[in-house]
Ligand binder design. Structure first.
Ligand code: R5P
Length: 306
């Protein structure tokens, strides 16, 4: 029994890393959309008896989830062994509570759906807020790759006298790890979100930080309104232009332009979602995590999920 890695479109670089690290074979597929948007799928590399890894980041997830489901179902029907999903960005985690009566708990329903057709999951810093561990909602073994070591390495190499700044209390979980590894101070701002694009941020005491280069770190850059509000407050507080780091850069609409206009010195992201800002490589760490998940044989305890 071997391992075959299949890349969903746009995930070829990660898939190549997985093939190298796992000593796996690269699986070939034909995946395209019919004129009406439905998927056509043909698996050219049969996986009967082999474990498979599907490389598929789940930014802009709606169509990708259906393609992933079709691929996993087809492989399963044809006798594949375990099916592990390597999804550097795991979507649908932010609606983790019913704020208004009748709202769908989409984090839970997507987790249930995915858990029904994969046997293991590897992702990078999922947006866990009111849910604390993936296995609270996913029923398959999962490994979370922290981006903090790679981000800390970048900060140490590129920023002299940094002070790390998180735009809200949620970001402390990532920020504190980066600060420890990069051996620099960090501060949290306070955020209030009033709508998808309406964000207010307030700056607490930055004493001891004004002579340092601010490095804003958030897990997701979506509309970028969170980072824009933070940049504006830091500017008002007299700090130098900030470097902005996102673990996952979704860059919706005018996000990049808004960050430029708000005076970001530089915007960079991890390579969990394809984008020109990808400057921090986490693919090798993802591949190592997939190897550890596959190394746990059925019946043995899998690596601890976070
Ligand atoms: C919030 O819960 C997340 O940690 C990010 O701060 C948020 O997703 C960023 O969104 P946006 O870029 O649209 O402000």
């Amino acid at each position: 029994m071997g391992v075959i890695v299949y890349a969903l479109p746009g995930n070829e670089v990660l898939a190549a890393q997985l093939v190298r690290t796992l000593g796996a074979r690269a699986g070939e597929l034909v995946l395209r959309q019919f004129p009406d948007g439905e998927w056509y799928l043909r698996v050219l590399t049969a996986a009967a008896g082999d474990d498979v890894v599907l490389a598929c980041s789940l930014d802009r997830p709606n169509e990708k989830l259906v393609a992933l489901y079709q691929l996993a179902s087809s492989l399963r029907d044809d006798g594949a062994g375990r099916i592990v999903l390597a999804a550097p960005y795991l979507a649908y985690l932010r609606q983790d509570r019913r704020f208004l009566e009748g709202e769908a708990l989409t984090s839970h329903s997507i987790a249930r759906w995915l858990s029904g057709f994969i046997d293991g999951l590897v992702t990078v810093d999922p947006h866990l807020h009111r849910i604390h561990r993936l296995d609270e909602i996913y029923r398959v073994p999962s490994v979370v790759v922290p981006a903090a070591p790679a981000i800390a390495r970048w900060v140490r190499r590129h920023v002299e006298r940094p002070i790390l700044i998180g735009p809200d209390a949620e970001s402390e979980q990532w920020l504190s790890q980066v600060a420890t590894l990069a051996q620099c101070p960090y501060r949290m701002l306070e955020k209030q979100r009033h709508g998808d694009r309406e964000v207010e941020v307030s700056v607490p005491d930055l004493a001891g930080g004004v002579d340092r280069i601010p490095v804003l770190i958030d897990d997701i850059i979506s509309t970028a309104r969170t980072l824009v509000a933070a940049l504006e407050r830091l500017h008002e507080a007299g700090l130098p232009r900030a470097v902005c780091i996102g673990v996952h850069g979704l860059f919706v609409g005018d996000a990049e332009e808004a960050l430029r206009q708000a005076g970001a010195a530089r915007v960079l992201t991890c390579n969990t979602v394809n984008h020109a800002s990808n400057a921090i490589d986490v693919h090798a760490d993802i591949a190592t995590a997939v190897a550890s998940l596959l190394a746990a044989r059925p019946g043995e305890p899998s690596p601890p999920p976070r």
